[in-house]
Design a protein around this ligand. Structure first.
Ligand code: ADP
Ligand code: ADP
Ligand code: ZN
Ligand code: ZN
Length: 753
């Protein structure tokens, strides 16, 4: 079949972010892989244009009521799009919510409930009786959460303060709030007296009085209710995720959680737990890891549920195929990594019978061992063969190779990117003179035996047994580059993140987590580069240095230097709008009048790292710019808000900011996330430089080029979950490839061949 048989999704005149007015055709009912160096515009095309416009047009077909409840999408900067279909974005965003588990997120839970409602004995009624999200099925004690919440009173109030002084620490009870007034103006207390001076009776009234139990002396305060009572009634049953910002921080401090004693964490009511098939309850099945669960489900031979059994077993098998066979259905999705979350969502979609959808994926191989990449590819093809259009942003050559159609973005990043450099089949991409083509043709090298560094000592982790670890004792070498490998779920994070800080409290974890206060931070402020830049402006112009900081005197008074106005909505994602006073430039006019070599401080904030390297001659500034460029971030704008960065970009920004002194101990978790083949080489060079500067590096990584570059490898396995948790190899890359007894060894040997 040729592409034309299917028609195309047509994108005409796309200009979102750095896209240069491009036209793209995406073949329908085919698998398209979008490639290109980081910052070249892949996400701007695929997520911010294609998916955003499809979603926007889809939303526009709903009633006004429904629209008001859907996330709103701005109109992307594009002339015209044709042949769109309904879109599903399968990304790495975490699946939140205390009621979300692998079972609910994949829909496997619903299938098991149907099976138990028909074939379980004793008979428990409707399938809802097995749902912890239904009043009939949920454990009454914990309301189906599996955990019970306890309020820590010492965190809810500060006894050293008075009511007027902010003794009530939960924001909704804060000074000036309506609830605060109902205490401070109740007439029960002197609002200027610290709580610790209250009589026992005053304390009881403040904290525990039930609603309607007491009449406040001040008649304006109706239906008085104590702080704890009110907190229990209004907030305790909520999930931390339903709050944002300060309220969420306070909630997490005040409320601590433990396993529910009634249901043992299974979330289910007694009746649901006592209905059995083959001697197993639905809670038993929910606790099994997927690899075992398949067998338990297939063993259900009641003919009345045969089609359901087949369907459920296939869904559970897909978890295994995607390298998630170590997960259990009762695992809370909030504990999954970004890559795991994306693959769990994929299982749900594979089980759906909808077709003619547009599926959009964001680097689905993240966190996946080379062993499992091939099978992931097969499932992408399965999704296509169900009649869907599949578009994948990906750096893994194995996924590029199975594409029906490739779109390469570039040639560079940021303003040097934004054009289509290649469109067509994979064969042509490999032969093309794009950076992707060059990267695909480059020979794969391993460090030769002599170049491997000698450690300066060791740090030992002893008897580690978190999660699936089997009493692991391992020596990690100091002063060298160690790569920790193993299939997903083998125990890499459990070992390194779970145990290293206990034996090396000074270890620095450079991960992909958000940066604190990132709404007002930018690469310039985060890296400390702003200090020498401010000094330069002050020295050249004679104005005070503080004028050149967006977090100080130079700040636009309207937005306080954020460039945007953020409206915090307690229960929803906030809304961001560009500041009208400074038009997003962050600085007040006065600060923008002073120029260095013809540029204002606001101009500097709009420069990319690469442009900064052309503009600045000052050593201190160039050093940091060079580091940012070394980690593959030369397209970033110096003033770009950190909340707009991807996880991989955040991690590399942290890495660049850290490279200062020797003698430190760093852990990196999959630093190649989001990196193009060509950028991986730079990253490896940088890792070596770090070690040469006297640092110790531990890198959790699947990328075989990084594995090959290590001085030492610790391979965990042999499999995942209860089939993993052991150290299966320790040694050099050459020895690992020669050994061949582990998955990593076999794939490394193949990669280097
Ligand atoms: P890729 O997906 O190929 O890594 P992106 O499409 O994310 O590239 O980025 C292309 C360019 O657009 C980069 O210069 C990036 O800094 C810029 N960019 C991306 N998102 C935003 C945003 N929300 N605000 C401003 N610039 C952005
Ligand atoms: P890796 O880092 O190699 O992918 P992990 O250390 O994340 O492996 O997982 C090892 C095992 O521990 C898996 O069986 C996984 O399901 C389990 N595990 C990891 N994190 C949690 C958690 N927060 N709660 C329960 N089990 C977990
Ligand atoms: Zn319970
Ligand atoms: Zn402003």
């Amino acid at each position: 079949m040729t592409l034309a048989d299917h028609g195309y999704i047509e994108v005409r005149g796309a200009r979102e972010h750095t896209l240069k007015n491009i036209d793209v055709d995406i073949p329908k009912h085919q698998l398209t892989v979008v490639t290109g160096v980081s910052g070249s515009g892949k996400s701007s095309l695929v997520f911010d244009t294609l998916a955003a416009e499809s979603q926007r047009q889809l939303n526009a077909t709903f009633s006004a009521f429904a629209q008001s409840r859907l996330p709103s999408y701005g109109q992307p900067d594009v002339d015209r799009m044709a042949n769109l279909c309904a879109v599903t974005v399968v990304d790495q965003k975490r699946l939140g919510g205390a009621r979300s588990t692998v079972g609910t997120a994949t829909d496997i839970g619903a299938r098991l409930r149907l099976i138990y409602s028909r074939a379980g004995r004793p008979f428990a009624g409707y399938s809802n009786a097995f749902s912890f999200n239904d009043p009939q099925g949920m454990c009454p004690r914990c309301q189906g959460l599996g955990v019970v919440s306890v309020v820590d009173e010492t965190q809810l109030v500060d006894r050293d303060r008075s009511l007027d002084d902010g003794a009530l620490t939960f924001p909704a009870f804060g000074v000036g709030q309506w609830f605060w007034r109902s205490y401070a103006r109740s007439g029960f207390f002197d609002p200027s007296v610290p709580l610790r001076e209250y009589s026992d009776e005053q304390w009881r009234i403040l904290m525990y009085a039930e609603q309607g139990e007491l009449k406040a002396p001040n008649p304006d305060v109706t239906s008085y209710e104590g702080v704890i009572a009110r907190f229990h009634r209004l907030y305790l049953h909520k999930e931390p995720e339903s709050f944002k910002g300060k309220t969420r921080e306070a909630f997490e401090r005040i409320v601590t959680r433990g396993t529910c004693p009634d249901c043992g964490g299974t979330r289910l009511a007694e009746a649901a737990r006592s209905s059995l098939i083959n001697g197993l309850s639905i809670a038993d099945l929910n606790a099994m890891q997927a690899d075992d669960l398949v067998h338990a489900i297939r063993a259900i031979d009641d003919p009345s549920v045969a089609p359901l059994v087949q369907d459920a077993a296939e869904q559970v098998e897909r978890l295994g195929i995607l390298g998630l066979g170590y997960l259990s259905l009762d695992r809370a999705t909030s504990t999954l990594s970004g890559g795991e979350s994306q693959r769990v969502k994929m299982v749900r979609h594979l089980g759906s019978s909808l077709s003619d959808l547009l599926y959009v994926f964001d680097e689905p191989t993240v966190g996946l061992h080379p062993r499992d990449v091939h099978r992931l590819g097969e499932l992408l093809l399965e999704l296509r063969d169900k009649g869907n259009t599949v578009v994948v942003v990906e750096h893994d050559p194995e996924i590029m190779a199975i594409a029906d159609h490739c779109i390469d973005m570039g040639p560079g990043a940021g303003r040097a990117g934004g054009t289509v450099t290649y469109e067509g089949p994979y064969d042509g991409l490999v032969k093309s003179e794009t950076r992707t083509g060059q990267g695909l043709r480059a020979p794969r090298v391993s460090r030769d035996g002599d170049a491997v560094r000698t450690p300066s000592g060791h740090v030992r982790i002893e008897h580690a047994s978190t999660h699936n670890l089997r009493d692991v004792t391992v020596d990690l070498p100091l002063g060298v580059l160690t790569v920790v490998t193993g299939v997903a779920g083998s125990g890499k994070s459990s070992l390194i993140r779970g145990h290293l800080p206990a034996v090396r409290p000074d270890v620095v974890m450079l991960d992909q987590s958000p940066v604190r206060g990132s709404r007002r931070s930018s690469p310039a402020t985060f890296t400390g580069m702003l200090d020498p830049i401010r000094t330069l402006f002050a020295r050249t112009t004679g104005a005070p240095a503080a004028l050149f900081s967006p977090n100080s005197d130079g700040a636009c008074p309207e937005c306080q230097g954020a460039g945007v106005i953020f409206t915090d909505l307690a229960f929803m994602d906030g809304v961001t709008t560009v500041c009208e006073v400074c038009r997003g430039r962050r600085f007040k006019d006065e600060a923008q009048q002073y120029l260095v070599r013809g540029r204002s401080i606001a101009d500097v904030f709009e420069m990319s790292v690469a442009e900064g390297l052309e503009f600045f001659t000052e050593k201190a500034i160039r050093t940091m710019l060079t580091r940012l460029s070394d980690v593959g971030l030369d397209y970033l704008t110096l003033g770009q808000t950190l909340t707009t960065l991807s996880g991989g970009e955040r991690q590399r920004l942290k890495l660049a900011s850290e490279l200062v002194v020797g003698g430190r101990f760093y852990v990196l978790d999959e630093p190649t996330t989001g990196l193009h083949l060509a950028d991986v080489e730079h990253l490896i060079a940088l890792l070596h430089r770090l070690v040469d500067d006297g640092n110790t590096l531990i890198v959790i990584e699947h990328n075989l080029d990084v594995v090959a570059a290590a001085d030492w490898i610790v391979d965990l396995g042999p499999g995942a979950g209860h089939d993993g948790g052991r150290v299966v190899f320790e040694g050099t890359p050459a020895a690992l490839a020669a050994d061949g007894s582990t998955y990593t060894g076999r794939y490394l040997a193949r990669h280097l061949a």
